[in-house]
Design a protein around this ligand. Sequence first.
Ligand code: HEM
Length: 511
Amino acid sequence: MPAAKVMARGKMRMNKALFDRLLEHVGFSAHDATVLAEFHPRIAPAFPDMAASFYKHQLQDHITRRVLHDDAQVKRLMRSMQQWLSELFLAPRDEAYLQRRLRIGVMHVEVGLLPDFVFTAMADMRGGLRRRVGALGVESARKEACLVALDRSLDLELALITGSQHEVDRYRDMVDVAPEMIHGVDREGRFVFINRTEELRLGRDRHDLLGTQLEALVLPEDRQILRDHFDRVFSMGSSSCEVRMRTVAGEVMYAEILAVARRDGVSGEFTVSRAYVRDITERRRVERELRESQSLARLGAMAAVVAHEVRNPLAGISGAVQIIGEALPTDAPERAIVREIVERIAALNGAVNDMLLYARPRLPKPAPLALRRLAGDVIALARADRGFGSSGVHLEGEDVVCLADAELLKPVLLNLLVNAAQAKPGGAIRVATGTADGFGFLSVEDDGPGIPDSLRERVFVPFFTTKHQGSGLGLSIAKRLVDAHQGSIRIERAASGGARIVVALPLATGS
Ligand code: HEM
């Protein structure tokens, strides 16, 4: 069912006494009704033209055009407008008429049309009708009576349509300022209203969102969950689900959607799903951190055992193998095997150390630290590292003093340099230091293939690796240590297309 059709099923209330007072106020009498009914057959042939030019005009206006979505809707509206014009001349001003008029106001609010546009549209309509009545070859006293009746009838229409629009607006204002996010969607999953709280949280103009699919804001992986939720809402009348939505700032919001469907007063079908949306991002973050810290605690306990049961024997084995190696004749081919064994043991030992560092890092002892000097020292260390190979390193940027623990940052930077060297063996690495956004930074950039956007978050997940060697902990350790400094680490695409890892650290006061 089209968006606008489904949204205005709620009955507006206006008591009959008030309606009668309004009829009296505009002066609409039984005589007026008779005069209009008498003119109907003469004026009705002009209705299709009037309706067509009305919407042609609305489509030319850049604001009113926004509530008109497609040809089918405009065709439907033209039929409704002809019907409305007929009723203007023929309808008994009874309770059913009152409800139909109030409903027009509600529909206008639902599509986001301001009452001002109805005022001007009604003035145009009045002018058009007056011209057509004036052009009829009818005795002038009869014409005058018709024009008077028409004016009263249009005054009544305006009062009812814009009055209900104002009333719905007041209700809408209350919904708008509610602390919860509230929206409505039709059976096709398109927004039919959005409150201000949700508009602000999503960071999008609600007028741009009206008529668009809620699904488009949901992460592709969660869209099926949303579709199943809609199936339940529109078949059973209520449902809840949890999906992740993307805000305009690119942030992911965990949203709990609690929806209740409203029935169409005529067909009895569920047509609009009204939903409260709870932002549970913070709850999910705390839960995730708790899970992580629990698994870290388990990993820590395991690492301690591994350290004891594996590291110490490894050191013994390595020492023993080296002694055996040295006892071999200098040209014995077995010496290469011994070297290989010692290297493998060193790698194993490195993996155990990584695990310990990740699971049980010591707290940083921050002190003023010149980043450029640190970078220079670590570059010298890296050149001596066997995994580093023949890459060239260029250090640039102003020196900047941060508050950081040099001993904890050295392995971080060393790891970044070795990663950069492995991204393109023999390539060029640029290390830069400087300040940005109130933080000191140190960046390491390679000219390798870069890291695809889809992996940018995942590379910080423990044991995630795209390489054949290594524990898969390097970047997670880096993140953990940098986070412990109240800093941040992020991945960017370098101008060369390679990866650029930026470590931001708090500046030392006064630097
Ligand atoms: C003389 C002033 C107006 C009158 C008498 C009027 C009349 C109506 C009527 C009879 C309906 C259908 C209600 C129903 O189906 O129950 C409607 C709905 C609607 N009107 Fe108006 N209207 C007026 C001004 C406007 C203006 C200026 C616009 C701007 C484009 C507009 C856009 C709409 C829209 C988008 C709907 C929702 C209908 C749908 O999509 O199916 N209206 N109006």
